[in-house]
Structures are given as C-alpha cells and as structure tokens.
Design a protein around this ligand. Structure first.
Ligand code: C5P
Length: 270
C-alpha cells in the first residue's frame, strides 16, 4: 500500500478548480466544442447519463485527451460486487470524481471505496473522490413518506445518509445548496460537499427551485459547484465562467472571515 494518498483532483482547490461544468448537451460534437472553449478555464466537466449512454466511456477519454478532468455522474446503485467492479472501471477511466447512491447502503459504499483504492493502488494512479448522493433533490418530504415509507424528515434523512457515507469511508456528498450548512454542522472532519442547483443572480432559475448563488454556496461550505444552463445558455460562455469564478472568490473571502471552520478539503493535505 502507498504511504501517502494522491487524489485525482487538485489540492488545494483554487476558485477555478471548484467550478464543474455539466455537459448536459445532445451531442458529442456540442460537448467537445464546449470542452475546447472552456478547457483551462474551469476545474472539471461533468459527464452524466445522457452523454454516457449515447457515447460511452469514449467521451470521457476524449475529454481527458484534451487535458480536462471529469466528474462521472452515473450514481451507481446496485449490489456491492457490481458497484465495486464499476468503481474499478471508473478508476481505469481516470475520472477525478464519481458517485454512488447512499441508499445502496453501508456495504455497497464500502465496496465502492475499497475497490477504488485497490484499483488505484494496482495502477499506482491517483484516487478519484467517491461521493454519495443522499436523497435526490427532486424528492420532498411527501415523496419520502409516500413512496419510500421513510417517516423522518428529509433533512434528517439526508443528514443520516451523509453520516453513513462518512463512516463507509466515502470522500463526501452531493448536496443541494440548502443542505450545505446543515451538513457542515452534522459532519466533522474532511468531507467534500459538491453542490448543483447553483444560480448566479444574473441567470434564470430554469427548473431549479431551491437555488443559491455561487458565492453563497461557497460561503456556506461547498467545495465544488456544478453549473449547467447558466453557462451553456450564455451567449458568451467564457465570460459567464469568469463571472462565476469571481463570485466564488468572493464567497471564499466571506468564508475565511468567518474564521477557521476547518472543514474544507482545500485546507488539508490528504
Ligand atoms: O443546468 P443546471 O445548472 O441546473 O444543471 C445542474 C446539473 O446538476 C445537471 O446536470 C443536473 O442533472 C445535476 N443535478 C442537479 N440536482 C441534483 C443532482 C444533480 O441539478 N440534486
């Protein structure tokens, strides 16, 4: 085993590193045009189910060949053995972040973590961050009770699943903006929070309901922000990215002023 761990995501995180652009586009051509436009300007590109289903792992390789980092957003949820095997494949692909559903349970998350470490060890390659999705933000308290028969509040369930993920050895969670503060209080130590549903004041909300600005989300304790449409739909996408990075810088300044909460991975050497 290696004595020190290196992650396939840069540390410490600069404001630019924290910005993940969601490649929610209909074709590989459009996706690669955007990658060419923003490479070097943002921290990472998110490949989700749409692009992956259409173009497979090759789309990840093409982004990496251009020097881009990839967050593979496939939210694995299966029996531990299957998730372990998929996790090893994510390491082989060289992604910087991938995720699994915390609802898959402790054994499944542990299997993902140990397969990731074993495969990275075998290849002497950096470790990707393995994040847990708690409860999808498309669900509310009613859906939790009615469909899943979970009787505690959504906030308590999210907090419980995040703690479970931490005990399983996961790197962190995907959390809605409104969950960040609660999670930072509930979870101690190094734990990554990646937040979608971020909207700068100058962009529309689209179908996102519970939004925060990039500055607010970072000030609340988010490590990474996933942004799609505010950049994708902008007439000047590089300018939109620059504005968001500036807001991230402002949020980090607020965060620093609030004195050493000491939670962000950017403050620790793994
Ligand atoms: O366009 P927009 O900025 O809303 O895109 C956000 C991205 O983050 C999308 O790829 C969406 O699937 C993803 N996401 C989300 N809410 C979650 C989890 C992921 O919006 N709870």
């Amino acid at each position: 085993m290696r004595s020190s761990v290196t992650y396939n995501a840069p540390l410490p995180l600069t404001p630019k590193d924290r910005l993940v652009i969601a490649l929610d586009l209909d074709s590989d051509r459009e996706a690669m045009v955007l990658v060419d436009e923003l490479i070097g300007e943002v921290g990472m590109f998110k490949v989700g189910h749409q692009l992956f289903t259409a173009y497979g792992p090759d789309i990840v390789r093409r982004i990496k060949d251009k020097g881009g980092r990839v967050f593979l957003d496939l939210k694995y949820h299966d029996i531990p053995n299957t998730v372990a095997k998929a996790s090893a494949e994510a390491v082989k692909l060289g992604v910087s972040i991938f995720n699994v559903h915390a609802l898959g349970g402790m054994d499944m998350m542990k299997a993902a973590v140990s397969a990731t470490k074993e495969e990275a060890d075998r290849r002497s390659s950096p470790l990707p961050l393995v994040l847990a999705v708690t409860i999808l933000t498309s669900m509310d308290d009613t859906a939790l009770r009615r469909d899943l028969k979970i009787n505690r509040s959504l906030r308590r369930e999210v907090s419980h699943l995040a703690e479970l993920a931490q005990r399983a050895g996961m790197s962190g969670v995907v959390a809605s903006p409104l969950e960040i503060t609660m999670l930072r209080k509930a979870i101690r130590g190094r734990f990554v929070v990646l937040t979608p549903g971020v909207r700068p004041a100058w962009a529309g909300k689209d179908d996102q309901i519970r939004v925060m600005s990039p500055g607010e989300a970072v000030a609340a304790g988010a490590d990474y922000l996933v942004v799609g449409r505010p950049v994708l739909k902008s007439p000047d996408r590089r300018a939109a990215v620059q504005k968001i990075i500036h807001e991230i810088e402002q949020g980090l300044a607020v965060n620093k002023l609030r004195s050493g909460a000491g939670y962000s991975i950017s403050r620790e050497t793994p």
